[in-house]
Design a binder for this molecule. Structure first.
Ligand SMILES: Nc1ncnc2c1ncn2[C@@H]1O[C@H](COP(=O)(O)OP(=O)(O)OP(=O)(O)O)[C@@H](O)[C@H]1O
Length: 293
């Protein structure tokens, strides 16, 4: 009760928050493969945000890309390196539409609930993290109830809401991301030459215009309340093989290069001429390892 009271009246309640930016960066650069944009953006934006003791708005990141490219992995790394009790911290809140907002006709009720949850959690802990998974299954209009929490200046909820971090995850925009990655590859350029500026606006537009993005005609995009749209590029065979090797090592079978080769060769790659990118990213890796090991 005291903690709650203290947090309500004081602006400095930081709960279980013990960020370790160096460890976050290390984890991102060592354990996320083929995602130079996500690595750079997440580490830079989080570091910048946390250096500011009194931010005028929360940090809002929207992750986009195909299945199995590391979006959930990166969001977990964020929780792991920000809180003492990592992803099991009571201040990391995950929303899954199929679980929390399954019925489209109840959207008005969900709006009230979501607003109440976010507000209640921010009152308990200013440094809360809210992760919205599977945004493409989110009823349209629902996330707009977050508008007062994401913008600058309103003082309705005191200042606590400005220290929160929001992460949205979706596959929306995968076509545009994959197209840019393919053109880059066909032009013989390095993957690392792909710039955020080539993708940022296109992803925002796609999310805004797509009725199943969770951001359809959303005020969050109109009002530019998303700090950054973070593209996750499609993974190629060498990235898949790194995923395989890493998982084999975790199982104590580091030396099984035959399994690395077999799993890498057993994935489906697109487009047909070229076969550059895995259609399932690293997601199917554990099942294939079990098959070949
Ligand atoms: N870029 C990557 N580097 C290292 N491991 C990865 C990468 N992408 C995916 N993985 C691994 O593959 C598995 C699935 O990844 P993850 O859940 O992050 O995918 P996702 O992009 O969130 O896809 P989905 O939207 O389908 O859930 C995880 O075990 C993760 O560790």
């Amino acid at each position: 009760v005291f903690q709650k009271l203290y947090c309500t009246i004081s602006d400095s309640c930081e709960c279980d928050f013990s960020p370790n930016i160096r460890d976050l960066e290390w984890d991102l650069y060592k354990n996320v493969y083929g995602q130079h944009l996500a690595q750079d953006i997440v580490s830079e934006e989080v570091a910048r945000f946390l250096q500011n003791k009194s931010p005028d708005r929360p940090l809002v990141l929207s992750f986009h890309g195909s299945s199995g490219t590391g979006k959930t992995l990166v969001s977990s790394m964020l929780g792991n390196h920000l809180y003492g009790s990592a992803m099991s911290s009571p201040y990391v809140h995950q929303f899954v539409p199929t679980l929390h907002f399954p019925l489209p006709h109840r959207v008005n009720k969900y709006k009230e609930e979501l607003k109440g949850w976010v507000q209640g959690n921010l009152t308990e802990c200013a440094r809360s993290v809210f992760i919205f998974d599977e945004m493409e299954k989110m009823p349209p209009g629902l996330v707009d109830v977050l508008e007062p929490f994401l913008g600058p200046s309103h003082v309705v909820f005191g200042t606590n809401y400005r220290k929160a971090i929001y992460v949205f995850i979706s596959s929306t925009g995968e076509e545009v991301i994959n197209k840019v990655a393919l053109e880059n590859r066909q032009a013989g350029r390095d993957r690392e030459e792909i710039k955020l500026s080539e993708l940022q606006e296109a992803i925002a537009q796609t999310a805004y215009n797509n009725s199943t993005s969770g951001f359809f005609q959303s005020r969050l995009i109109q009002q530019k309340l998303i700090t950054c749209f973070v593209p996750f590029l499609p993974l190629s065979r060498r990235h898949i093989e790194r995923c395989v090797r890493s998982q084999l090592c975790q199982q104590g079978s580091c030396g099984r290069s035959d399994v690395v080769e077999a799993v890498g060769g057993n994935m489906i790659y697109t487009p047909v001429p070229g076969q550059y990118f895995s259609t399932t990213g690293c997601k199917a890796v554990p099942a294939k390892i079990n098959f070949f090991l």
